[in-house]
Design a binder for this molecule. Structure first.
Ligand SMILES: NC(=O)c1ccc[n+]([C@@H]2O[C@H](COP(=O)([O-])OP(=O)(O)OC[C@H]3O[C@@H](n4cnc5c(N)ncnc54)[C@H](O)[C@@H]3O)[C@@H](O)[C@H]2O)c1
Length: 322
């Protein structure tokens, strides 16, 4: 593999992936409409690599004419473009569903036409309200009601999964699906509801850390560097074709403990305040208590397990958070 197309490449995970692909000798084209991504995430790559190694196209992935031109020029497509972040999903539900479904529908059509392998980044949200932790890829999902807007993201991503798997079934298109669990690291924005960058930003200013709900909900946080390490392995892992693979950490921590850990590592004077879900996200918000990935498939197929601890991640955010 040499020429990679990365949709959403100016975003948090996409920019780290793009950088890693370039550093390992590949050529990369990024397509991003900068809706939640930032030009600064990739600006250094544009000045650091010649134009025949790195190109950035600011456009939407649902532009069929552009996809018809670009997809055939590449050997492998990573599809990360999406609406992301609980806050954005609650505030802009129409855009959420359209962005997720339209981009994947358009992209997979051209991947099928030119027979280009496609990796879709899906999400642990697909498991919905299931309490059968750790979540195994073949588990049934327990979706929340359609009147609760947060489930629109999960349902749209699930439709994406069905769509790319359908192409694999009908025409043997090489597809890969990864379900990412909470991924954190440098360049992640707290603007759309991501908890760790929000906590770090508040702790640095000695402002109160706002905990939504009772803070006993538990999550597992994985470094973006570990996630990228796993993503790089897919193009050379044909056994993963047509499979769904969880990627994340299984080190569990409550949100309350996470706040305490951030305050202590940063040596901050911040306090913690509890904000009811209704005040943070409006009435009728639904949340899940625990979300742990079963990582056996990732280990078996990719030989991958996460390596970077939560404390190391928090320390790296302390020095680099923007
Ligand atoms: N960060 C996490 O914890 C997490 C967890 C589960 C799944 N994911 C998935 O990983 C992927 C990357 O997420 P991220 O955290 O880097 O978020 P991000 O918002 O930083 O990245 C998404 C990128 O997609 C771009 N984009 C959105 N719509 C587009 C369109 N129509 N055309 C072109 N570009 C478009 C945005 O501008 C942004 O740069 C997403 O598919 C997301 O659903 C992330």
């Amino acid at each position: 593999m040499k020429n990679y197309l990365v949709t959403g490449g100016a975003g948090f995970i996409g920019s780290h992936l793009t950088e890693a692909l370039l550093r390992t000798g590949n050529n990369v084209t990024v397509i991003d409409d900068l809706s939640t991504g930032r030009w600064e995430n990739i600006a250094a790559l544009e000045s650091g690599f010649p134009a025949n190694r790195f190109r950035a196209i600011i456009a939407s992935v649902d532009d069929s004419r552009l996809m018809n031109q670009e997809v055939p020029k590449h050997d492998f497509v990573y599809h990360l473009a999406s609406a992301v972040g609980v806050k954005l999903i609650i505030d802009r539900p129409v855009e959420t569903v359209q962005r997720i479904v339209r981009t994947t529908d358009t992209l997979v059509e051209f991947c099928a036409r030119y027979r280009r392998p496609l990796l879709l980044t899906s999400t642990s949200e697909v498991y919905g309200k299931s309490e059968a932790v750790p979540f195994q890829e073949e588990n049934d999902v327990v979706m929340g009601s359609t009147s609760k807007r947060r489930w629109a993201y999960a349902a749209a991503k699930m439709l994406d999964e069905f769509l790319v798997l359908a192409h694999h079934y009908q025409s043997s298109l090489p597809v890969y699906i990864v379900r990412l669990f909470n991924t954190v690291g440098q360049r992640q924005s707290g603007q759309y509801g991501m908890v760790l960058p929000r906590f770090v930003a508040a702790a640095k200013r000695n402002q109160p850390l706002e905990i939504y709900g009772d803070g006993n909900q538990q999550r597992c946080f994985c470094s973006v560097l570990d996630v990228v390490d796993a993503l790089l392995r897919f193009p050379v892992t044909p056994q993963a074709i047509g499979r769904v693979v969880n990627l994340g950490s299984n080190e569990e921590i409550s949100i309350k403990k996470l706040a305490e850990r951030v305050i202590s590592i940063l040596g901050s004077q911040s306090t913690m305040v509890y904000v009811p879900y209704e005040d943070a996200y409006g009435p009728g918000f639904d949340d899940m208590r625990r979300r742990i990935p079963d990582l056996r498939r990732a280990k078996e197929l990719l030989g991958w397990t996460p390596k970077i601890s939560l404390d190391e991640i928090i320390r790296s955010l302390y020095t680099h958070h923007t």
